[in-house]
Structure formats: structure tokens, C-alpha cells
Design a protein around this ligand. Structure first.
Ligand code: SF4
Length: 439
């Protein structure tokens, strides 16, 4: 029986892709190991979004060379965005890699396994697929027993927005909407394997448009009838395509997790234009206002880039104003870092690094205020959390997530350890989340 070791770098799209590849291998009779020295096939699913992610992949490839030398008959496959972007570079830098599959090539995965002589034995009747773990992902094993509670389901692949800072359209190709039957059957399969929360994934889920005319709002309505999904959520949205129809569809869902991620990126129209984001800040805030009106009590999260090429102090102040107004419950804020091959990398003037860091700290401080206020609003409430596993900082406690996606820490005991959902009475709020006792 062929043994596979798989390691995933990067975003949730990659995690979902790894899950899909692992499921294909499992359905051919492969098993998974957490130690690459035991594997017949080693798969790295790579990320090219930031330079740091690339450096980690090349470092890992250096380590894996040793395993290849010890077992020359084993195979090393590199998948993901870096495999697409660095095809030629990787062939010369890491010639011990046996095959490269970019995100657009995954349909060739089974053929590749065939070529490598993987015997096709079906898994035993009644066996349930679970995502493999890798020993070098710290904390992964501890949480493996709970990983099946959340499932990632791709609904689109690729993106054709070409934001000027982003490499994704070059590595993942144009937008493709996955057949709704395929999405439904994957959700049913995940629910059967124990999933309680389903996250629909795409670079821009709002662009979903199947050949039958089904759009994202229609897809949400279609899958709401699937039984056993306790929480339905999605990632990520593009403000240009996010519209009232989606908000109205969400308002009809009985099981929608009350959270929405809508990347703003900047509060300045001049910067949004440089980013080619295709909306103005006024349009963005108008959509947020409708979202707040129809979906009261939901959490809004966002992504922000500060120090974008050409960003002036006045541009930056506009971003700071939107954040300081308490627009978001949580924000993921980054200082701009150039990606070779994207238009923004060669725009001038670039903002000096020290200034980027100053802006980053100022926006983070403003957001921390808003996030803390949001968390404090839960003190005295009882919230339902979906178990993540033992707390990484204190194994005597458990960690879980509310429907708003807030981390909650609570005592670990026989009862809490084995339940997918736990009700927790909140008595403390922090910037990072909440803590309490079992209700
Ligand atoms: S919408 Fe923009 S940022 Fe998002 S994947 Fe597409 S190009 Fe990249």
C-alpha cells in the first residue's frame, strides 16, 4: 500500500486543495504517514503569496533531499502556487523534485499516481476519509482529532480581478465556478465524516457563476437545505461583487455563522485605484451599511494593507479614520510587501519600511480598541463554541470558536473534551478572545 506524506503551506485555499488531493489518493487506496522518511510519496502544497512562504518551501525542499537520497525510489511532488510560479527555477534549484503540479493541473493528479505505480485499491467499505497530519506542523496532531469538525469546500478556482499587488491570477488562472452538484456532494460527504461547520472557499466567492445561471446568492439558497450543517460560512468576498442579493440570501439562511469577511484594503480612493480594486470607499461603506441593517449582530472582518506604493499620509489617515470609527470587529492588517511579477512591485514611490511599520502600528492600535470593545460585549453571555482542541498555551484548557469566529478558552475535562459544541458562560474578555466556564 502506498504511503503518502503531505505538508501544506499557505492559505485555506491550499488546505482545501490538499484535502481534495488527499481524498483522491485515499480513494485509490493510499494511506498517510506523519513522517516523510516513511513515505513512498512526499507531497508539498506550496504558497507564493509572500516571499517568506517561498523561503520556507525552499528550506523544506533542502531537508527533503536527504530523504530522497536515503530512498531513491520514493517520489517528491510539489503542488500549489509556487510550483506554478517557479516551474523553471525549481527545476534548477531542486532537481530532486520528481513532478510539479500547479493549481490548474490537479486534474492530472490521479494520472500521475497511476504513472508512479500506485495500485488502485478502494478503501475498506464504510471507511471515512480524514485529512492526514504532518509531524512538523506544531500543534497539528493535538488538533487532528477535531479537524473534521470544520470542512473547507472550494466553490471557485482562480481569479481574474488582477489586483495590482496580488500574484494569484498568475498562479491559479482565471475564475472557474465548480459544479453545484459537486459542491453539494462534497458538503454531504464532509457532514457524514462529522463536519459541523462548512466553509465555502474561493478567491472571490461572490463571482461564483455556474453555466446554469446559478450565482452565489442562488448557491447559498440551494445548499441551505442540506441537513447536518450547523454552521455555514464562506471566504473570501470582493466588495465589487458583494451585493444586496447576497446579504438577502444570508438573511434567509437558518445556519449562517454570523460573520462576514469583506477586505477593504484601503480607505483612500486614490490607493484603491492604484490597487485596481474596482470600488470606491463610499461604495464599500454603503455595502457595509446595508449589511449592518439586514444582519444586525454579525461580525464584520476585513483585510487592510498600509504603506502601499504612492500611499501618502493623507491616504493613510483615511484608512485610519475608517478603522477608528469602529467599522470592523476584527481586521488583518499588513504592511505592504512587494511581490515580484506584480505591477505594484515596480510602482513609485514605494513607502519607506520604517514608515510602513509606523502606519501598521497605528492602525493596529485603533483596531485593537474596536476588537476589545466587541469582545467585552460578550461578558455575562453564554456562547456556543465549536471545539478546536486543547489550548495551545495551556493543555489543561480547551479552545473553541464562536459563530462570530472569536476564540474562547474554557476548562478541559471529560465532558468538554469529547463534545463538538460546548456552551460557555463568558467572564473575561481579551484582545485575542474570551474565556469562561462551562454553562
Ligand atoms: S480578488 Fe484581487 S486580491 Fe483577491 S485573489 Fe483576486 S487578484 Fe488577488
Amino acid at each position: 500500500m502506498t504511503q503518502i506524506y503531505m505538508q501544506t503551506f499557505g492559505c485555506q485555499m491550499n488546505v482545501a486543495d490538499s484535502n481534495g488531493l488527499a481524498h483522491q489518493a485515499w480513494s485509490m487506496g493510499c494511506t498517510f504517514v506523519a513522517d516523510p522518511s516513511l513515505a513512498d510519496i512526499v507531497i508539498l502544497n506550496t504558497c507564493a503569496i509572500r516571499e517568506k512562504a517561498e523561503t520556507r518551501v525552499y528550506g523544506r525542499l533542502g531537508q527533503l533531499k536527504v530523504f530522497k537520497e536515503a530512498r531513491p525510489d520514493s517520489k517528491l511532488l510539489v503542488c500549489g502556487c509556487l510550483a506554478e510560479k517557479d516551474r523553471e527555477i525549481m527545476r534548477s534549484k531542486a532537481p530532486w523534485v520528481d513532478a510539479l503540479l500547479g493549481p490548474r493541473d490537479y486534474r492530472q493528479f490521479k494520472q500521475l499516481l497511476d504513472r508512479w505505480g500506485v495500485a488502485t485499491d478502494s478503501p475498506p467499505a464504510g471507511a471515512i476519509f480524514t485529512m492526514p497530519s504532518a509531524e512538523d506542523d506544531p500543534g497539528q496532531d493535538l488538533h487532528q482529532a477535531y479537524a473534521h469538525l470544520r470542512a473547507l469546500v472550494n466553490i471557485t478556482r482562480g481569479c481574474e480581478k488582477f489586483c495590482t499587488y496580488c500574484i494569484v491570477p498568475y498562479t491559479r488562472g482565471p475564475l472557474e465556478s465548480i459544479d453545484p452538484e459537486e459542491i453539494e456532494s462534497q458538503i454531504r460527504r464532509e457532514v457524514k465524516a462529522g463536519a459541523k461547520e462548512i466553509m465555502l472557499l474561493g478567491q472571490n466567492v461572490n463571482s461564483y457563476l455556474h453555466g446554469s445561471g446559478l450565482d452565489f446568492a442562488g448557491l447559498l439558497r440551494r445548499i441551505k437545505s442540506i441537513e447536518g450543517v450547523d454552521r455555514l460560512t464562506f471566504l473570501t468576498s470582493h466588495p465589487k461583487d458583494f451585493d444586496r442579493c447576497v446579504v438577502d440570501a444570508l438573511a434567509e439562511l437558518p445556519n449562517a455563522a454570523p460573520r462576514m469577511h469583506l477586505p477593504m484594503q484601503s480607505g483612500s480612493n486614490a490607493v484603491l485605484e492604484k490597487m485596481a480594486r474596482l470600488y470606491t470607499i463610499e461604495e464599500y461603506l454603503e455595502k457595509v451599511a446595508y449589511f449592518r441593517e439586514r444582519l444586525a449582530g454579525w461580525a464584520l472582518t476585513t483585510d487592510i494593507i498600509v504603506g502601499y506604493p504612492t500611499e501618502t499620509e493623507a491616504d493613510f489617515e483615511k484608512t485610519l479614520d475608517v478603522v477608528s470609527a469602529g467599522t470592523f470587529e476584527q481586521a488583518f492588517i499588513f504592511a505592504y510587501s512587494p511581490r515580484a511579477g506584480t505591477p505594484a512591485a515596480t510602482m513609485t514611490p514605494q513607502v519607506p519600511q520604517a514608515e510602513k511599520i509606523r502606519r501598521l502600528q497605528a492602525v493596529n492600535a485603533a483596531q485593537n480598541e474596536a476588537t476589545r470593545r466587541f469582545h467585552e460585549s460578550f461578558i455575562g453571555d453564554t456562547v456556543r463554541v465549536l471545539t478546536q482542541g486543547p489550548s495551545k498555551k495551556d493543555a489543561a484548557r480547551m479552545a473553541g470558536k464562536t459563530g462570530h469566529n472569536v476564540t474562547v478558552i474554557y476548562p478541559r475535562d471529560e465532558r468538554t473534551e469529547h463534545r463538538p459544541f460546548v456552551d460557555v458562560a463568558i467572564d473575561q474578555a481579551y484582545n485575542w478572545g474570551l474565556s469562561g466556564i462551562v454553562a
